[in-house]
Design a protein around this ligand. Sequence first.
Ligand code: NDP
Length: 281
Amino acid sequence: MTARYAVFGQPIAHSQSPHIHAAFARQEGIALDYRAIEASPAGFTAALEAFAADGGVGANITAPLKEAAFALCQTFTSRAKLAGSVNTLLRKGDYWHGDTTDGIGLVRDLTERHELDLRGRRVLLLGAGGSARSVAPALLDAGIRELVVVNRTTERADALVDAIGEPGRALSRYWDDLRDLGDFELIVNATSAGRDREAKFELPLSLVNSMTTAVDLNYGDAAIAFLAWARAAQCRNTVDGLGMLVEQAAASFQQWHEVRPQTDAVYAELRTTLAPLAGQD
Ligand code: NDP
């Protein structure tokens, strides 16, 4: 039976993962069967079981299934356990092992592609969903000084910082108090608010200092609103989520095929075709 790989989500037609993994596989000379599989939250367990029965050995998981996939894993990496959600599944015998590569994907994009030194930075994280839960510990591991998490639903920000368990370094605050939080060297938008075409980010200018880099996990149209605010606020650099997309895929690919693909060519191609106008530093 051919080893099969797939990305599960709903909707899934927009997913770039089949394209990215096919490009990595070509580069490494690996024959790959990687498909996109649409699954609703209600139908996901059955879809994943059918996939495993049909030779499925690795899967990426995207919205809205990351937490449901976590519940279907028997073992996890420590970062996935901390995040409580997974974007990468690896078949081990008759069970799934789960990992989350969003956080390391973002850190790799920022530190290697954009050559940002994250050490000592004071960071504001907007959002407390699945990706924020992966990104927060990865930023702390990269040596940031302090992480302030602000989310529309405050309880989710509280739960995120409680899970991290470093009250001196990671804390939650109310969205309404953004004006009183001082300034940050890094502001990360991990919300999906920009997916609403009418969305506007009206964040206080007091969040920005002369060093501030603004990062949106989103790319393309969904990144327009936040990055427009960041430019108007005169952030020093703006970065969208396209590099993170490629780097989190590379980290998944490495787990499955035990080789780390080169990401620059795939990134350059997607930059031209997918998000040509997105903000770059
Ligand atoms: P989730 O659905 O898990 O979380 C969504 C987050 O956005 C929550 O914090 C939610 O707040 C917040 N939110 C939604 N609408 C609004 C709004 N109108 N105003 C303020 N906050 C809002 O999504 P993920 O964490 O998985 O993903 C977040 C974004 O990051 C998505 O758009 C996704 O596409 C992108 N992403 C990009 C990746 C990449 O590789 N570039 C990888 C992963 C994600 P609340 O808790 O109050 O509902």
